[in-house]
Write a protein that binds this ligand. Structure first.
Ligand code: SF4
Ligand code: SF4
Length: 168
């Protein structure tokens, strides 16, 4: 069962993406739904400000540095910091609607910057599911190897029996 947003507001306080503002404007000109909203409502903030708002952004900074990818920080003028709520909920763009999984399987790495996010529940559930699959695979491997050992033991006993019988 998928988790639901607890409205902590953390993912809206500071937004870290690979696109500079000129690229958002260019996407907007092409009619892209994300570009149309973000070019208008997202405004650049400094890295230090992003870290002040969400210290977890250090993970995103480190990951961008490790992969030599650009990273730009923004604030959204539709975010109400006093209530932690989105004031454009009905008009929010796909990049906000799909957060955090965008239809993909839950991933630890994607959520690392958002310590208080309620979607960690999905990560825990997926990990428990994977663990259960691994345990089931181990149990079936073990049952198979026990069956093989049993067959070998029976074959050995038959061979031994034949050997004794032929000597009699
Ligand atoms: S549109 Fe709403 S959900 Fe998206 S960043 Fe702004 S405040 Fe957050
Ligand atoms: S960080 Fe997670 S729980 Fe908090 S507002 Fe964003 S999606 Fe909702």
């Amino acid at each position: 069962m998928a988790a639901t947003c607890s409205r902590c507001g953390l993912c809206c306080r500071a937004i870290g993406i690979r696109q500079p503002k000129r690229e958002l404007r260019s996407l907007a000109r092409q009619g892209d739904a994300n570009g149309r909203f973000t070019a208008r409502h997202w405004h650049r903030i400094s890295r230090a400000e992003a870290l002040r708002r969400n210290p977890g952004m250090a993970y995103r900074i480190e990951s961008a540095r490790a992969s030599s990818l650009p990273l730009y920080f923004y604030e959204c003028d539709a975010f109400d910091a006093a209530t932690n709520l989105c004031t454009a909920h009905a008009d929010r763009p796909p990049v906000c609607r799909g957060f955090p999984w965008y239809g993909r399987a839950p991933e630890v790495a994607w959520l690392l910057p958002f310590k208080e996010c309620s979607f960690w529940e999905d990560v825990r559930e997926r990990q428990l599911g994977l663990l259960a699959q691994q345990l089931a695979a181990l149990a079936s491997r073990r049952a198979l190897s026990e069956r093989l050992a049993d067959l070998r033991a029976r074959r050995f006993a038959r061979t031994l029996h034949r050997g004794v019988a032929s000597r009699d």
